[in-house]
Design a protein around this ligand. Structure first.
Ligand code: PEP
Length: 250
């Protein structure tokens, strides 16, 4: 039985003072929620703050990206080992905001996935289609190709105990979430693609939905069989809304 997981993606928001308040509000509101795993992915400079304030709580923390390389002359990059130094458990990989802005290829993203796994971090691999791709009916082909970049390089077994987040690009930050049925159809497709190659990896894989999740639509989304929780952007910056989303997990 997979435990549900709700992950906050703070993106490039916050500062030391605001984070302290938000971490305190998270702890106050979320500490009694034992039915769901909770994590927050913060900008790199605030990993130390997350570690100091969240250790010994039920809230794990992580980063929003990592280097595909382990160590070396890669100016501006941050390695998996460095994230581990600050107690990170999770790392978001291939978020569309990065893939678009920094032209990350599916192959690069696959190497980052492997890198995270090798160092004991749980990768949260973001996949999803654009609106044009959905309207053209090729969304499963697009998401299948994103998954195949990892499968072809490392085999389906690498998905064991990992996280995939289905994030339709048209739903991110737009206020227009996918319906429960749209998301479930894609989640089922993702799980069956992995299951065709490795049943046990597919059974342990958590598949989150991300894209304009709010306290109102979370209940319907999280009720779907293959939706194991959510990746939450905007609403995670408000502790009250984030709490309601965490409580919406059945
Ligand atoms: C995200 O960027 O991962 C995300 C899901 O954002 P939002 O909830 O704001 O759509």
């Amino acid at each position: 039985m997979r435990r549900k997981l709700v992950v906050a993606n703070w993106k490039m928001h916050g500062n030391l003072v605001l984070n302290e308040q938000l971490f305190a509000a998270y702890i106050q509101k979320l500490s009694l929620l034992s039915h769901v795993d909770i994590a927050v992915c913060v900008p790199y400079p605030y990993l130390a703050q997350a570690q100091a304030l969240l250790k010994n709580t039920n809230i794990a923390w992580g980063a929003q990206n990592l280097s595909k390389d382990a160590i070396g002359a890669f100016t501006g990059e941050v390695s998996a080992m460095m994230l581990k130094d600050f107690g990170a458990s999770y790392v978001i990989i291939g978020h569309s905001e990065r893939a678009t802005a920094y032209c990350e290829s599916d192959e690069n993203i696959a190497v980052k996935f492997k890198q995270a796994k090798s160092y004991g971090l749980t990768p949260i691999l973001c996949v999803g289609e654009t609106l044009i791709e959905r309207e053209a009916g090729v969304m499963q082909m697009v998401v299948g190709k994103q998954l195949d970049a990892v499968i072809n390089a490392y085999g389906a077994s690498i998905f064991a105990d990992a996280v995939v987040s289905y994030e339709p690009i048209w739903a991110i930050g737009t206020g227009l979430a996918a319906s429960g049925e749209q998301a479930q159809t894609m989640h089922e497709f993702i799980r069956s693609r992995i299951a065709a190659l490795d049943k046990s990896a597919a059974a342990s894989l958590k598949i989150l939905y991300g894209g304009s999740v709010n306290p109102q639509n979370a209940v319907q989304l999280f009720a779907m069989q293959d939706i194991d929780g959510g990746l939450i952007g905007k609403c995670s910056l408000n502790a009250q809304e984030f709490e309601k989303i965490c409580r919406a997990v059945a």
